[in-house]
Design a protein around this ligand. Sequence first.
Ligand code: GLP
Length: 240
Amino acid sequence: MVVHVFDQASQVAEAAAAVFTAQLLEKPDSVLGLATGSTPVDTYAELIRLHEHGVLDFSRATSFNLDEYVGLPPSHPESYIAFMKRNLFDRINLKRSYLPNGMAGDLERECLNYEALIREAGGVDLQLLGIGNNGHIGFNEPGESFVFDTNLTALTPSTIHANRRFFDSEEQVPRQALSMGIGTILQARHILLLALGQGKAEVVKGMVEGSITPQVPASILRGHPRVTVLLDRAAASLLS
Ligand code: GLP
């Protein structure tokens, strides 16, 4: 795990966009793993800017998002598909982008199909990740064991509470999601994790310096051969 600390959140976004740029210059038909949440929004803005300036061409790339809420239609502004369209897809020239379908009739089959699609695309080259306050990646919540396959997951009370800010009330936050599993994430050839702000300092310390445990799902990333962590000063403030 290589950890870089920047003074400003804006530098994290610029550095993350530089990693995407290098990836796409090297392999224009890359398979990109994408994430939602507040953290990657500025990175996506930077990717849009680079695309508009003619630096980044997504036309041969494919993307797979980490997760999607169960039961929120794509027309709902807080569905992850709507988030991705608003913050990235509508403004770049990516032609093939996939998210798990949280409205599928058979959610277990949907998980298997999603895994198969990623495999058929050749696997993820560069996976972008944020981290939940409780150490989750995608929607892989803390628990007794790591869940390796793409799965139907129940959001923990702390995640429901954290995501309440996007909805009118806590009751409206979906209770379930489909998420790439930990094993699926670990199969990515390069993992790029971003964390911003004091609120993430404790979980970042757990991920980087604590024990590898399913209680902090992101800690398992330490076993991956190529993980780049980009932090602002506040998120890095508890690292020794
Ligand atoms: C969500 C997403 C994660 C994301 C996390 C942190 O629940 N499923 O992929 O990393 O929360 O979000 P934020 O970046 O807003 O702190």
